[in-house]
Write a protein of this length. Structure first.
Lengths: 410, 499
């Protein structure tokens, strides 16, 4: 797979939560440089030009509402041109057939989810992550965190092998005739968290489809229930890598995946970083410290259909920090005009919001309104920084395979 | 040697004259020569001595899994003694400093206006401290934690005593004082440096097998063959404190605390404003105080039931409690109100110690239970703080394989303090268990660092060299009183200086 030439579009618009940052780690690990961060408007206009579209976790309804029929059309056009769509969690729910408003525009794949019920079993833990309404039924999640899946025979490298991947609300699917199953849920581990009785989780997941694909002419959709892209699960990452590698080979038979420019592979020239890099580091580091303190507070916020905890503040900041910390003050950096000021301004605004959020909590005030301002601001800051970052000289992977398991659910 | 297992890899240079910070990579050759902690501090002191440096340093075991690997050291020229001294940091500040990305911080010159230093994520900022100047130690620590948004922020702080240049000013680790008996609080005050705050978000690599061995050694220590008990009470009893004092403390003891990876929990939180047996979260911010300094407690015991409240006031003002106790005894003050007033006056400044009537033997006050020749000798050396008891606590000298003669025992103590200050181990723990021998301590450091050449011989050689080089520096003011030492003792001191 030539990561330098493939064009990746990563959805970061309305409805996306924080798990898209895991795709960033994966792309960097496999040295994929050409990454565009697409909000809902960018998606409509730029999706068809990409080679690979990545949609991770979040609020599926919110994503569908934001993308609108135009987004579905852009996705269709993308597939017609031979693109590879990889959707995990909410990105897997999105193209499944549904009669519900907004979702019904994205009816690409006929396969029923198996975690739907009219009679919700009693919840035993994490009620805020257990279920949400879907018309007159519920989509519910009897288990989360680490699960075991077995890859289908014939899958490159991993065929027939069992791997561990994290599940944070993604779907178990029926093995319908419309999909090609590529992985099945086979079991749980001692790190699995059961939100209701384990026997219910077994009934809902075991033997169901955890990952599948469907062809659309030269295009292909890959739907992942668990987050194979999570940075602490290198086996899952490599499964995704195999899909990308296989697709790139396929696309070369059809058409050239990227109009290779003379500059492809040569890092752009840049200006010395200067004091603004140190100022940005200072701002982000100070935010990290405040965020670490908030993690010790028992608080969460419901924003749309998603639950956010203070750990998610850290996720956004870490996505920036682990790349920012190693930039030496004199590094030559490519930055659009006013971009550096914009980054500092965004960072300053996020810092102010975190400080105010902490004050709300300390004073016993409702911190929900502040959280609703903070999380979008953090996402926008992370996107702006990562877009800047991927424009620099070839990024060095900051998250190699392995690492310590520690959760981090959507 | 695997430097990344034991150090973050940076030396910070803080120029208060210029208001700027710079950094140097930690040189492996420097570590190979001096190992760490006080010995590296001393090398840095000599390099920058024209700028009257104060150096904060970590050892290779600071912040690791080594038993009691909590310690750092502050090195500077004492305004009280005129000599270079090494003061241990034994609470959380050294660990936090190393994890903030700086193993050594060299503070040079002086600022014209009050400033504070903030260390985090390999970043250092000098900021104004006008709003902090004049606040007591506790209020300053609270302010810093609020400012940076995290109660885990650690700080070295001075109080009004340090700002006023009182020779009894003590550098404080957060709320709870320190082992500073050399007036380093006043040294920072003269530099207009109100506080060094730090928050460590980094970490260290761990050598293969080190964690398992550290756990094994901890279990061996905690079997308690030599010292059992938690909190300050058993330590005071072992030192020979009056039973009534220990009883007073035990009635108010709320809980015991240990430092980072402590082999023992030697500190006691004492309730003053609330009953100690009420297990409901207090509505007061700090309804008591943490006892960390046995010398201070012993020195103030004449105040009886009022001792904790007076000690809390001393901590808030940033004063050295042992010297405060000595002065109160000299003035025959036992009434709590009178003691409070006297303490406030001490924080405003007292001129020099001699005119205040404090018997000063190269420190702010002698160890309050001074008896033996070796206890006098270690005070007369004035290199390390005798706020760390100048004798074994968890047993006899024989239990620790210390010599039988006074000079031999003094050397034993000095070398143990040197080893702890070089490696980053709690010096009190080294007096509670003979497991903390130089051979064992060197072995732990060797294992942590993957450094085969680091053994007892190298460690002790570095210790002895450091002690003699420290004694060479500075222009001592004050002297050992006539008759304080025997002729053998005086000969020993000369021998120490010559290495």
């Amino acid at each position: 797979m030539d990561g330098n030439r493939l064009r990746f579009g990563l959805y970061v618009g309305e409805g996306s939560s924080h798990s898209w940052t895991w795709f960033v780690d994966l792309l960097e690990r496999y040295r994929c440089r050409r990454v565009r961060f697409l909000d809902e408007n960018d998606f409509c206009s730029q999706a068809p030009e990409q080679d690979v579209l990545l949609v991770s976790g979040g609020d599926t309804f919110a994503v569908a509402r934001a993308l609108k029929p135009a987004g579905a059309e852009a996705l269709r056009s993308f597939l017609d041109r031979g693109g590879l769509y990889i959707g995990s969690c909410a990105g897997a729910y999105l193209p499944l057939h549904s009669s519900k408003e907004a979702l019904c525009d994205f009816n690409f794949v006929k396969s029923r989810i198996q975690n739907l019920t009219r009679d919700l079993p009693p919840v035993e833990r994490l009620p805020e992550k257990y279920a949400h309404r879907y018309g007159c039924t519920y989509v519910y999640h009897p288990a989360r965190e680490e699960v075991r899946v077995r890859m289908a025979q014939g899958f490159p490298v991993w065929g027939g092998r069992e791997i561990r991947v994290p599940l944070y609300g993604g779907p178990p699917l029926e093995d319908s005739g419309d999909i090609r199953p590529q992985a099945f849920y086979t079991g749980f581990t001692d790190r699995t968290v059961f939100l209701t009785g384990p026997e219910i989780a077994e009934r809902v997941y075991l033997g169901r489809v955890a990952a599948c694909e469907k062809s659309f002419g030269r295009g292909r959709m890959v739907l992942l229930g668990p987050h194979f892209e999570h940075p602490w699960f290198p086996e899952g990452n490599d499964v995704i890598h195999q899909w990308m590698r296989t697709h790139a080979c396929v696309r070369r038979e059809g058409q050239d995946p990227a109009a290779a420019s003379p500059e492809a592979g040569r890092p752009p020239e840049g200006e010395p970083g200067g004091a603004w890099i140190q100022a940005l580091k200072t701002e982000v580091s100070n935010m990290r410290i405040r965020a670490a303190a908030l993690v010790r507070v028992s608080v969460f916020w419901r924003i749309g259909a998603k639950t956010y905890e203070p750990e998610k503040i850290e996720t956004f900041l870490d996505a920036v920090w682990k790349r920012l910390r190693g930039v030496p003050p004199g590094a030559r950096l490519v930055a659009a005009r006013d971009e550096t000021e914009g980054l500092l301004e965004r960072a300053g605004d996020c810092h102010r919001q975190i400080r105010l959020l902490a004050e709300d909590i300390r004073e016993g005030r409702d911190s929900g309104p502040r959280a609703e301002v903070l999380f979008p601001a953090l996402k926008q800051f992370a996107v702006a920084f990562l877009a800047f970052y991927f424009r620099q000289a070839v990024p060095q992977p900051v998250s190699g395979p392995g690492g310590n398991y520690g959760g981090g659910g959507a | 040697m695997e430097l990344e297992n034991i150090y973050s890899g940076k030396i910070l240079l803080v120029d208060l004259d210029e208001g700027s910070c710079d950094e140097e990579e930690l040189d492996e050759d420097l570590i190979g020569e001096a190992i760490g902690g006080a010995a590296v501090n001393l090398a840095l002191y000599r390099k920058h001595r024209d700028r009257d440096p104060v150096i904060l340093g970590c050892g290779p075991l600071t912040g690791t899994f080594a038993p009691s690997g909590c310690a750092g050291v502050v090195t500077g020229k004492s305004p009280v003694t005129g000599r270079v001294c090494h003061v241990p940091l034994v609470l959380q500040t050294a660990v936090e400093m190393k994890y903030s990305g700086f193993d050594f911080v060299v503070i040079l010159g002086a600022s014209e206006t009050p400033v504070r230093l903030w260390l985090h994520d390999e970043l250092a900022e000098i900021a104004g401290a006008d709003g902090l100047w004049g606040r007591d130690v506790w209020a300053s620590t609270d302010w810093l934690r609020h400012e940076h948004g995290d109660d885990s922020v650690q700080a070295l702080v001075i109080g009004p005593a340090g700002e006023n240049g009182s020779p009894l000013a003590q550098l404080s680790e957060g709320y709870w004082g320190s082992r500073d008996i050399f007036g380093l609080g006043a040294l920072l005050g003269a530099k207009k440096l109100k506080a060094v705050a730090m928050r460590g978000m980094g970490g260290l690599e761990v050598a293969d097998g080190f964690f398992q061995e550290a756990v094994r050694v901890q279990r061996e220590i905690r079997k308690g063959d030599f010292f059992q008990g938690k909190g300050m009470g058993p330590i005071l009893s072992a030192l020979g404190a009056d039973g009534a004092l220990v009883d007073t403390l035990s009635k108010r003891a709320h809980r015991s605390l240990a430092s980072h990876n402590g082999a023992y929990a030697p500190y006691t939180f004492l309730m003053i404003d609330e009953a100690p047996d009420v297990w409901v979260e207090s509505k007061k911010d700090e309804p008591g105080l943490l006892l960390t300094d046995p010398a201070g407690v012993l020195s103030l015991q004449g105040l009886g039931e009022a001792m904790p409240a007076v000690l809390r006031r001393i901590q808030r003002l940033g004063l050295e409690p042992n010297a405060c106790g000595a002065l109160l005894r000299k003035r025959e003050i036992v009434d709590p109100a009178a003691a409070e007033a006297a303490i406030q006056e001490l924080a405003r400044g007292i001129g020099d110690l001699a005119s205040a009537g404090v018997e000063s033997v190269y420190s702010t006050a002698p160890w309050p239970l001074t008896r033996s020749e070796e206890e006098r000798l270690v005070q007369a050396a004035g290199v390390f703080s005798h706020a760390v008891p100048p004798r074994p606590v968890g047993g006899s000298h024989a239990d620790f394989a210390a010599p039988e003669d006074g000079t031999g025992r003094a050397r034993w103590w000095l070398e143990r303090m040197a080893a702890c200050s070089i490696l980053g181990l709690c010096p009190l723990s080294a007096l509670l268990s003979p497991v903390f021998s130089p051979a064992e301590m060197a072995r732990w450091a060797s294992l942590a660092a993957g450094w085969e050449e680091l053994d007892e011989e190298k460690l002790l050689g570095t210790c002895r060299r450091m002690i003699s080089e420290t004694l060479e520096l500075g222009e001592p003011s004050g002297s050992v009183p006539d008759g304080w030492l025997s002729p053998d003792g005086e000969s020993f001191l000369r021998e120490l200086q010559q290495g």
